[in-house]
Design a protein around this ligand. Structure first.
Ligand code: C5P
Length: 213
């Protein structure tokens, strides 16, 4: 796969409180090893780790110090990318199937920017103080996952634009859209969930036992 995979893994894992998520073990492997396994066919893999954290030995990836925010970490990885296509993937999502990867890649090659999304199963509400407020139509909304694919030059331009404007985003597609460029949606996968809360670990452990990507 002629693509640079960028893995921002420089978060300190504060919500989970178990240290950097990259080194959290699920099914006997770290989340970083899971992510690297999913992208084993990629020509280049770049990983951002928290500054001062030593890079693990024996893994097929180039390690760089991350930044203060996810966006800053991705920007650093982007500078080092050598191929015309990038896939940006959060280390906190260990289960990326090859089907999902190919869907994103294909749409990226065709359009320049593509992200996986899922429908929202729950009712969504904007609270009014402590109370139930306006319901937001779940049909109108999607949950956004990674990996997200981009033409490298486009994502670089989007990050430069965001820096200039002081925009801070939680994913890369937002920045590309802020630049005025459309981002294609492809079907995501529920198994590509983000390990965020303690109970997610139990789910990840269970999935690790049966996962074959
Ligand atoms: O905090 P959140 O779950 O949104 O983080 C998403 C991804 O961004 C994680 O993989 C995390 O390691 C990464 N991150 C980073 N640099 C930061 C903060 C988060 O690479 N400063």
């Amino acid at each position: 796969m002629e693509v640079s995979v960028l893995i921002p893994a420089a978060g300190r894992g504060e919500r989970l409180g178990l240290g950097p998520k990259a080194f959290l073990k699920v099914g006997g492997k770290t989340l970083l090893e899971w992510a690297l396994g999913a992208f084993a066919q990629a020509a280049e893999v770049l990983v951002a780790l928290p500054p001062g954290v030593e890079a693990p030995k024996g893994l097929r990836a180039t390690f760089l110090p991350g930044g203060e925010t996810r966006q800053a970490s991705v920007a650093r990885l982007l500078e080092a990318a050598n191929l015309p296509l990038v896939l940006v993937h959060d280390v906190a999502r260990p289960f990326v199937s090859q089907d999902l990867l190919e869907r994103v890649l294909k749409a990226t090659q065709a359009t320049g920017a593509a992200v996986p999304v899922l429908p929202v199963p729950d009712t969504l509400v904007r609270p009014e103080g402590e109370g139930y407020g306006e319901v937001v139509s779940r049909e109108a909304l999607r949950l956004v996952q990674t990996p997200q694919g981009f033409f490298t030059a486009l994502l670089r331009e989007a990050h430069a634009y965001a820096r200039k404007r002081g925009l801070l985003a939680t994913d890369d597609a937002q920045l590309v859209r802020a630049l005025g460029y459309p981002v294609a949606l492809v079907p995501g996968e529920r198994t590509a969930f983000k390990v965020t809360y303690p109970e997610d670990l139990a789910l990840a452990e269970a999935l690790a036992r049966v996962w074959n990507g």
